[in-house]
Design a protein around this ligand. Structure first.
Ligand code: FAD
Ligand code: MLT
Ligand code: ZN
Length: 461
């Protein structure tokens, strides 16, 4: 049967679109962290929506499961075909066309396989801004970012991917195409079905195209790094900056001294950006009106005078801005280089962030000697990546650490994933964090859209 399916798929996508050689497909079968590996019959790489539709229809009639894959940068093992006997990985990497850019209408229509950085660049060339941004933007695809409802570093001002999507084109599990590629700001004609696919992690269908919102490009961007004694100071500084800078504030990113020290250990040639503090806050604001930089400097001066910040620097050039951002954006890569970790992508109410981090750090370090907490993230959104490097003697597993941390998250009525998703990494923990009625709703949606359960089986639910 497999030979017959592969022949049918080859007839649709051609030789260039079908990979079956084990060496060629290995990279598609392992996740970005190298923590999970799966198996697949083949990697299928269609080059158009029509080809995707025909591939999905062929898999439907052969009963073959499909694991959609974008840039394979996801951090929840959602794109890794773990434990699936006869599945294909459907990669969108050959669908990279920018379909249309409407500068006056502030929209861009793209293939789902477009890499996020390419979309940002296309917007920039048209004098516009596509604000979604995170460290994996050079590889992550628009379809993957939609399927995970990605967040990143500009959610504070622009929202997560859900708020950036105006229209979607999706191939349904039976191979039909749902064409909702509309560039409308308002549309109440029936259920807004595209919302189901945003954040569905490949379990409902294949996203093949999207219309995205663009924004005016701020003429001035002001970036600063502040050193702080406590997390309470981080919240006080965030409040002060919001009062002073209002809606121009676009990023408020936190990282601990340990995350900075880890990067210095891996790259000793780099110079520490500020004298040692327990915490650092990376702040960015953007505006097309004059006076932004002065306003940021005044706000930081105020924070220093009131003892909220211990030290601060404001970037003098785009090179300095990039250097400051690197301290924030390289943390995940340093963590990967350091060794296995238990990942957390926690959301709690903003004012609970200090208490949560203190309680979870104490609990992890006392229960698992040798474990090292790397806490950082999008503090302005109440979203902390409370990652934990596992003890070198392997005396604790990721699952044990996850359970401890997520138990504390539950007491704060938080979320076990603010932006990365459930995937396969957090699937078995979902029932403890969503009520029976919520899970029944999720199952009803899954069954209605994908009755045969062939779309990314084993992920999410
Ligand atoms: P993949 O990893 O390929 O897939 C992710 C999920 O989406 C899988 O379930 C897959 O089946 C599904 N999928 C992919 N494409 C499609 C499609 N076309 N149709 C249907 N389903 C599809 N995330 C954040 O939100 N914020 C961050 O700040 C952030 N920072 C990161 C930093 C680093 C260094 C790394 C490695 C990752 C980071 N991520 C972050 C994780 C983030 O989820 C992904 O980078 C990105 O959103 C996934 O895009 P991708 O194309 O790589 O998707
Ligand atoms: C980030 O914000 O850098 C990533 O989402 C974090 C992670 O590695 O968990
Ligand atoms: Zn993040």
């Amino acid at each position: 049967m497999n030979a017959k399916v592969l022949a049918a798929l080859r007839a649709i996508v051609g030789d260039a679109g079908l990979l079956i050689d084990s060496e060629r497909i290995a990279a598609y079968l392992t996740d970005w962290r190298g923590a999970f590996t799966g198996t697949a019959l083949a990697v299928v790489r269609p080059s158009s929506t029509d080809e995707v539709a025909r591939v999905v229809a062929a898999c439907a009639s052969a009963g073959v499961a499909i694991v959609p894959q974008g840039g394979n940068t996801g951090l929840a093992a959602g794109a890794t075909p773990i434990g699936l006997a006869d599945a294909i990985v459907l990669s969108l990497e050959r669908m990279r066309r920018i379909r249309a850019l409407d500068a006056a209408g502030f929209t861009i229509a793209v293939d789902a396989g477009c890499v996020l950085a390419e979309v940002q660049r296309a917007a920039e060339e048209a004098g516009r801004l596509f604000p979604l941004s995170f460290a994996a933007e050079g590889s992550a695809q628009i379809g993957g970012a939609i399927a995970t409802n990605a967040g990143g570093t500009a959610v504070l001002r622009y929202g997560s991917m859900r708020t950036l999507v105006l229209g979607l084109e999706v191939v349904l599990p039976d191979g039909r195409v749902a064409d909702g590629l509309r560039a409308l700001r308002k549309d109440n004609a029936g259920y807004d079905w595209k919302q189901l696919f945003i954040g569905s992690e490949g379990t409902l269908g294949i996203i093949t195209g999207a219309v995205l919102r663009l924004f005016p490009r701020p003429r001035t961007v002001a970036t600063a790094l502040a050193g702080l004694r406590t997390l309470d100071d981080a919240l006080a500084l965030f409040a002060l900056l919001q009062d002073a800078l209002g809606e121009t504030l676009s990023a408020c990113e936190l990282f601990s001294e340990r995350t900075l020290a880890l990067q210095l250990a891996h790259r000793p040639e780099r110079e520490r950006p500020l004298p040692e503090h327990a915490w650092y806050l990376l702040i960015e604001a953007g505006s097309s009106l004059p006076g932004l930089r002065d306003a940021l400097e005044r706000a930081l001066g105020d924070a220093l005078e009131r003892g909220i910040a211990g030290d601060a620097i404001v970037a003098e050039s785009s090179t300095q801005r990039d250097a400051l951002w690197t301290w924030r954006e390289s943390i995940t890569e340093s963590e990967r280089r350091e060794g296995p970790s238990a990942k957390h992508d926690v959301a709690v109410a903003l004012s609970d962030v200090p208490a949560f981090v203190r309680e979870a750090s104490d609990a992890v370090e006392s229960r698992f000697p040798g474990a090292r907490v790397l806490a950082f993230g999008h503090v302005g959104d109440g979203n902390i990546h409370f990652n934990v490097l596992l003890p070198p003697d392997r005396s604790a597993t990721s699952a044990q650490v996850n359970e401890l941390v997520h138990g504390i998250v539950a007491r704060y009525r938080g979320s076990i994933t603010a932006e990365h998703g459930i995937g396969r990494y957090r699937r078995d923990e979902l029932p403890a964090h969503r009520s029976e009625s919520e899970r029944a709703l999720m199952r009803a949606i899954k069954t209605a859209v994908d009755p045969d359960g062939r779309m990314n089986p084993g992920a999410v639910i």
